[in-house]
Write a protein that binds this ligand. Sequence first.
Ligand code: NAD
Length: 432
Amino acid sequence: MDKTYLDRGSTSLLKDIDTENYNVVLVSPRAYFLFTPLLPSSTVGTVELRSIMQPIRFITRFKNREVLFIEGSCTDIDPEKKLITVEDSSEIKGEVSKQQIKYDYLVVGVGAENATFNIPGVREFACFLKESWDARKIRSQLLDSLESAAFPGQPEEEIQRLLHMVVVGGGPTGIEYAAGLHDFLEEDVKIWYPEIAGKFRITLVEATPHVLPAFSKDLIEYTEKTFAENKVTILNNTAVKKVNQKDIVVLNKDKELESIPYGLLVWATGNTARPLVAALMTKLGLAAQAQRRGLTVDEHLIVAGSDNSIYALGDASATKWAPTGQVASRQGSYLAEHFKNLYELKKKAPNSDSKVLLSQVDPFVYNHRGSLAYVGGDKAIAELPGNIHLSGAATYFFWKSAYLSNLFSLRNRILVGFDWVKCKMFGRDIGR
Ligand code: NAD
């Protein structure tokens, strides 16, 4: 049987799947997995980008049977013919750069893309926080802004603009980014750029009345208090309406349009379905796929309307759980077990109907282990099962150990651990 799957939450599926029983074909536009929770840290040099990457071939080479890996983008899924179209995603193209691949089962784990709500200028001028090249772009713009501000003769107003770092979106991504940026500016930039020390500002813009809407009230208050102590401004009830090259236009809390100049703009307003996923939803029909944020799946993670041949996990799927890495990783392990059970059942009763077989396989169960967020100044917040709320410096160690243990491999854990030690001993790297 051929199984073709694509990306992210797929890592745990790939790690756990028994390749004795299935021919596995993996399609991904990049040849590595990226641990996105630590991507904000990589933009300021707390961890190296390579430390949070796991080359796909590091996983596939330990499999019992070879996994065919294709570096390419899946551009079309034909659920009728059970075919996917894959295009070579590298810049250098050979003679063949497009292929069609047949599948028996398809697992869609392509993640989601950044939501821009069609706000003009976002794609052109803002930086996202999703891919390795996003982190490199942020780092380069951040260091450029600092150098330009320090350029002799720079007018004061321009220095103020260049040193104003704006983060849009008060979800965990925006909060953790603003927190990490604060640490970098306070702990490192102040030392290396004494001429502009004390002039940089960070503003976080959030459309709703409070940041971190998924956290409880006391932890939201703690976050807002910590940000205020760290002199990171939070503009609640403020929605970005337009992005220009040097300023954003917001509808502020008094319902007035206001221009906010920026030197670096980071956009973290959540996720939306990728075009590939949206196109598949249209093909499967509105009756089966009524949700817009991702593929509707059943209790076995089977995509509704796909005749039991397509599965979806992670941000590509729409489930009752928040689309977090924890859920995706659990879904991947579940699917590995699911396919193993399905194989055993099929071996015993080869002529059984797939519905009958599926009725004998366990549904997916998820036990939430809690939510964490770093809020800056070596402090973190945690909301754990049993209504346990933690905050402060000790919670930061908990945050660190949770992120460390969630990394893909021992190799990644050691690399990130070394980065943290290096950062404590020598400060963050300000090289490009
Ligand atoms: P999010 O959807 O959680 O937050 C986006 C925020 O942007 C919202 O609060 C929204 O009100 C705001 N927003 C939207 N449009 C805006 C506009 N025009 N102007 C100003 N503000 C605007 O997105 P996220 O933070 O990227 O998180 C995505 C998912 O990943 C969530 O499920 C989250 O829980 C998860 N995640 C978790 C962690 C963690 O647990 N530490 C870290 C990162 C992401």
